[in-house]
Each structure stands twice: as C-alpha cells, then as structure tokens.
Design a protein around this ligand. Structure first.
Ligand code: FAD
Length: 419
C-alpha cells in the first residue's frame, strides 16, 4: 500500500468502474461501488466482447465528411440518425467532425494506444485470482475484406496502426479459406492480428469482478448518484436519493451518463451517445474460429458462451429514445451474407450507448481544484478493451503514485474552460 488508506466511492459499475475498484482494493483502500442499475447493466453488458487493441483508429478519419451523408441515405450502411435529434446533436457533431483529418486521426490513435494497446495482458492481470479469469480468451482478431483492393481502400487506417506498433499477417484467397473455411467466397482477404482476444460473456465477466470486490470487503450500493459533496475543495461524500454516502475520494465512471455529474464538478465534456446494437444467435450451426470484423458491414461477430454475438452499428439519437428496428435487420442480412447457410435456435436483441467524447479520447484523471474528484469515462468503441488499464491508472493516481504513462492527454482539465 502506498500512502494513506482511503474510502473511495466509485460511481458506475461498468468495466471502467469495476476495474478501478479491483485495483484500488489491491492498493489497500476501502471501496464503495455505486450503480443505479447494478454491475454491467450499461454498455459493458452488450458490447462485442473484442479485446481490440489495434482499434486505435477512431471513427473520424479523413474522408468521413464526404462519405457520411451517402451512408445515412443508404439503409444497407451501418450509420443511422434519428433526424429529429439533429438539432441537439449539432454542436457535438461539429466538434466531432473537425477531427476527421489525418493529423487529428494520428493524434487520437497515439493517445489511445497506451490505454488499449496491451489489453489481453491488462485483462489477465485484472482478473487474476478473481474467479473472472475464465471469461478472458487470448487469441487472434481478424478484419475480413472482400479482396486486397478492398483492404487497400483502408490503407490510411492500417498505416496508422503500423505507426503505433501493430503488426499483422495477411491471409489471401486459399490461405484465408485454410484458416477458417466458413466464410462466403465473396470474402477473400483477411488481416490476422495476434495478441488480441475476447471476453466470452462481457456482462457476466464484469458481474464476477464486482462480486470479487464485494467478497474482499467492498460495498455495493444500488443508487443513483446526483452530486459530489465537497468541503473546502475536498470531496467528503456523494449524494444519492437524499442521503450522503461519506468518502475521501470519488471516481465518476458512469459511461455515457457522465456528462451531468462531470458538469457539476466544472468539467464540460462534449459527450454523445453513439448507440450500438447486438444480435445474438444462440446455438448457431457454425462459429468463426476467432472474433472477426466484417469490414463491408462494419460489425463484429464474436464467438461467445453458447452463442455468436453480432455487434456494431452507429446510430445517433440520444440516450432516451427506444431501439430502432432497422439495425437488427441489417445485422441479420449481413451475417447471412458473410456466413452462408448459418442457422440458429433463438435470437437475443440489445441496444446500448457508447460514451463518445467529441475528440474520441477518454477523460481520465483528477478534476483540477477539487481534491479527491476523479473522472474515468468516454471510451467510445473500445471501453471493454481499455477499461482495465484505465482502472489501474486511476488507482495509481489516487494512491499517490505517478503512472508510467503521460496522463496529460486524458486530463479533465482540457474541458475545464468550456463552460
Ligand atoms: C454495440 C456495441 C459494441 C461494442 N463492442 C465493443 C468491443 O467489442 N470491444 C470494446 O472494447 N468495446 C466495445 N464497445 C464499447 C464498450 O462497451 C464501452 O466503451 C464500455 O462498456 C464503457 O464502459 P463504462 O464502464 O465506461 O460504461 P458502462 O458500462 O455504460 O457503465 C456505466 C454504469 O454507470 C451507471 N450509472 C450511470 N449513471 C449513474 C448515476 N448517476 N449513479 C449511479 N450509477 C450510474 C450505469 O447504470 C452503468 O452501469 C461496444 C459498445 C457497443 C454499444
């Protein structure tokens, strides 16, 4: 244990909050996990399960501005917008699209690499001795293209990955068929990334980690936190349902719901919900060998416990609107094209919210001017991948150690003046 033993309230029991709790407990602190719904009831339940270390290239890449309007008009493209939401979305969207250029894409990728670049090792270290290790499966991750020309149309993204230290093997034609013969003949090229992996039930994984925290003396409280209580610039508690829960420090890890709580601490993050969908095919007649990203449909198909989970789609429409139907139909159409002849016993549908800051870089660190207030949210498409590292970094900071990572790029202070 470094420094003083503290009582730390962690608000939000998704992968980020639970990882933070595990590492804080290992540092000898008392932790209180607080969630309005329960562990892993947000995005951490339904994601694609891919430990996608190489996914450092954000959605905002050069050329997006030209492509997006056409994609929105085409029902076969995985981009959807609830048009009535556009006026609310506009201020965030303008900031977001400003990053769709080569320099900002490179800047974002090099900021994401330290958080997600070694995810399998981070998950193995996190889960060791918790009972949740069984859900972590190291392995390959495949990006599947129609052909080499299709792969080359993504050349910029692959160049950025290479610059950040990622290497891969290219499987073309017969080599891809030999690796995994279940895909359609229309898919003739794959990029195989080693040292990746998957979680075979993301929701149960996070629940098991939370259970481990409780088994080691941590408290879980089901409550909606409304504010952080302070005395003379020092955190003294959190307020939930009229009660104050005393603590020495707080971590706001509430995913897409973080904006109002951060705002109360003087940090105004341009944060949107990037709605995403999954469709699970239970007891499928075939399973890919590894998690795959089908590039043409921009969805992942991940082998999970008893089912194949298809996950993807970007839809803008805010946090409160109910799921749309079209994304499920598109996921089904795309999987039938990629895996001809696949059948299954039953389907499970889910929609959730990726916490998307306009600059695609998570907010991790202490709130300037308020001792003991920390933020950890905004992991966009890669929160499962980067949650364990984020939790470890936050635990180091709270315990008074200096992380071996330059934290300035993630600092909440970058949004302090935006009020
Ligand atoms: C379709 C889809 C596919 C994805 N696929 C992948 C993938 O393959 N790999 C990957 O790395 N990432 C993936 N992601 C992204 C990933 O799921 C998220 O980035 C990650 O789960 C965010 O974790 P979190 O802990 O920040 O938030 P969440 O898991 O959303 O947790 C936030 C928690 O805060 C609680 N909460 C909110 N407000 C309050 C409050 N006021 N008081 C108390 N509790 C509160 C909520 O109940 C919730 O449990 C995907 C996302 C989607 C939607």
């Amino acid at each position: 244990m470094t420094g003083q033993k503290k009582t730390i309230a962690i608000v939000g029991a998704g992968i980020v909050g639970v990882s933070t709790a595990v590492w804080l407990q290992r540092d000898g602190h008392d932790v209180i996990l607080i969630d309005k719904a329960g562990p892993a009831e947000g995005a951490s339940h339904g994601n694609g399960g891919v430990l996608a270390s190489c996914a450092v290239v954000p959605v905002t890449t050069p050329g997006l501005l030209g492509k997006a309007p056409k994609m929105l008009m085409d029902p076969d493209q995985p981009l959807f917008l609830k048009w009535s939401y556009l006026p609310k979305l506009a201020p965030w969207l303008i900031k977001y699209l400003k990053n769709a250029n080569a320099d900002d894409t490179r800047r974002i990728a090099s900021a994401l690499t330290p958080i997600i670049g070694d995810s399998v090792a981070d998950h193995l270290a996190l889960s060791e001795g918790t009972g949740a290790e069984k859900w972590v499966h190291p392995g390959d991750y495949l990006y599947v293209y129609n052909d080499r020309a299709h792969f080359q149309s993504d050349a910029f993204g692959w160049e950025v990955r290479r610059q950040n230290g990622f290497e891969w093997e290219e499987l073309e034609g017969a080599a891809f068929k030999a690796f995994d013969p279940i895909f359609s003949d229309a898919l003739g090229f794959a990029v195989k990334m080693g040292n990746h992996g998957r979680i075979t039930d993301p929701g149960r994984y996070v629940k098991d980690l939370a259970r481990h925290v409780e088994s080691r003396g941590g408290r879980f409280i089901k409550a909606e936190v409304e504010d952080v209580v302070r005395d003379n610039g020092q955190v003294t508690g959190v307020r939930a349902g009229g009660d104050t829960i005393p603590c020495d420090a707080v971590v706001i890890a509430t995913g897409v719901w973080s904006k109002p709580l951060a705002q109360k601490l003087g940090i105004n993050v341009p944060l949107e919900a990037e709605r995403g969908y999954h469709l699970e095919l239970w007891e499928p007649s075939m399973m890919p060998k590894t998690p795959v990203m089908i590039a043409s449909g921009k969805f992942v198909a991940t082998p999970m416990d008893g089912r194949l989970r298809l996950a993807g789609i970007v839809e803008f429409g805010g946090i409160d609107a109910p799921p749309s139907r079209a994304p499920y139909a598109l996921l089904k159409k795309n999987v039938l094209a990629a895996l001809p002849g696949i059948s299954w016993r039953k389907e499970v549908e889910w929609m959730g919210h990726r916490p998307a800051p306009a600059d695609s870089i998570p907010v991790i660190g202490e709130v300037p001017g308020i001792t003991g207030a920390y933020l950890g949210f905004g992991h966009h498409h890669v929160g499962l991948t980067g949650g364990p590292k984020t939790g470890r970094l936050l635990a180091q900071m709270i315990s008074g150690r200096t992380p071996n990572t330059d934290m300035s790029v993630y600092a909440p202070s970058r949004y302090q003046d935006h009020l």
